[in-house]
Design a protein around this ligand. Structure first.
Ligand code: SOE
Length: 393
């Protein structure tokens, strides 16, 4: 595993738990954690029960006893590590978004296609697909329970940046993260919606905003503490991104990604309306899926709250008796299970790097749209008059 921050902890938990609850066709051995310093990587390895620590990802991918490379670094390292690992014949799991730019993502998808010809597998860490309620929503849509899809509303809302004293971590730097709320959390919403409705976004119109433009520099830029010092630096990414999207089969959708949505901690919300029904999901209540069946008599219609904890629901039979809910980290165990199964069964896992590229195209299109402000049609000026100088009231 290359990296050992927040996502390193989540992936380590997934790798540890998956073989203990699922009957995997191979047992993943948590061998080596690589970080910028061996000392820090060793701390993570000791804590999470990995055998070794190191500071060279090049040495890791050159090792014959290593089969899988799990990339949990900031986005600026994804392309180089993933491409080298695939060329060395290692299966690669890469955190999202796939890359920091469309060009990098295209090259990575090409490497993944070439590697797949010799049985080398690659997958992107859009883990929320593996929340049982989401996987079940996909089943309901795929089996036609919503009929034809009309419209989608998706948002991923957090508020941890609303405090201007939160320091300038790597997620707020364009050269490290690629973009801000858009790529970090908006990417999840984009992937989920494309996955759920089984269609791709064809065009977008978007806008972005950086609300707090300067923040305290991290006192120890590489450290784990996250304390801000007296010096300030520029935020180079978006805090909020909002866009409308048109799918290639005509579905219309709205998307919102914000780390300034006061009061919302981790609210990834999707609502999908179709000719036979509708679905609604909120990650802050992740064991539940809301389903509206419009084929019922009107007197019986209404959203029902399904507790997705029955043995018949995706992934659940490996866990607890019905009603004993799951949490955030279970998605990472499901991800580890699915990746190991795909490798051993010699099938292409999903989301593939091509699916990661499909998300990257949307991120890039939103940024282009926001930069060009292409669809801004004037409305009011500051005094509440028509922007064109005419007041139609
Ligand atoms: C990882 O999948 C991730 O997107 C993080 O990068 C975000 O910061 C987190 O809030 C959601 O998960």
């Amino acid at each position: 595993m290359i990296g050992h921050g927040f996502m390193g902890a989540a992936h380590a938990q997934g790798w540890r738990v998956a073989p203990r609850f699922f009957n995997l066709p191979a047992f993943p051995v948590p061998q080596l954690i690589v970080g910028r310093s061996t000392e820090a990587a060793q701390g993570a390895a000791d804590k999470w029960g990995w055998h070794e620590a190191g500071d060279s990802w090049q040495e890791a991918i050159a090792r014959e006893d290593i089969d899988v490379i799990d990339i949990v670094t900031p986005g600026d390292m994804h392309a180089e590590i993933a491409t080298a690992a695939l060329e060395a014949g290692k299966h690669v799991l890469c955190e999202k978004p796939l890359a920091n730019s469309l060009e990098e993502a295209e090259a990575m998808a090409e490497s993944a296609r070439a590697a797949a010809l010799s049985g080398v597998r690659s997958m992107v860490g859009f883990t929320y697909r593996r929340v049982p309620a989401i996987a079940y929503a996909r089943e309901l849509i795929a089996t036609g329970r919503l009929g034809s899809i009309y419209q989608v509303r998706a948002s991923y809302l957090q508020d941890w940046l609303a405090d201007p004293q939160v320091p300038l971590a790597w997620r707020l730097q364009k050269n490290r993260a690629g973009s801000g709320a858009l790529g970090d959390i908006g990417a999840h919403a984009i992937d989920l919606v494309q996955y759920l409705v089984g269609a791709r976004i064809a065009a977008v119109s978007g806008t972005t905003q950086t609300i707090v433009k300067r923040r305290p520099l991290l006192e120890q830029p590489m450290g784990l503490g996250g304390m801000g010092g007296a010096e300030m630096g520029d935020v180079s990414v978006d805090d909020v991104a909002i866009f409308t999207a048109r799918f290639n089969d005509g579905i219309l959708a709205t998307f919102e990604a914000s780390r300034f949505a006061t009061g919302r901690k981790n609210a990834l919300r999707v609502e999908i309306s179709g000719s036979s029904g509708a679905l609604a999901f909120d990650l802050e209540d992740l064991n539940a899926l809301h389903f509206y069946d419009s084929t019922l008599p009107t007197t019986e219609q209404g959203f029902s709250r399904i507790l997705v904890t029955e043995p018949g629901h995706p992934y659940i039979s490996a866990w607890w008796p019905a009603g004993h809910m799951l949490g955030y980290e279970h998605g990472f165990a499901h991800q580890a299970r699915d990746f190991v199964e795909a490798i051993v069964n010699e099938v292409q896992p999903s989301p593939s790097f091509d699916e990661g590229l499909a998300v990257q195209r949307v991120l890039s299109a939103v940024e282009t749209s926001a930069d060009h402000q292409s669809v801004w049609t004037p409305a009011n000026d500051r005094d509440g008059h028509s922007k064109e100088g005419e007041d139609h009231q």
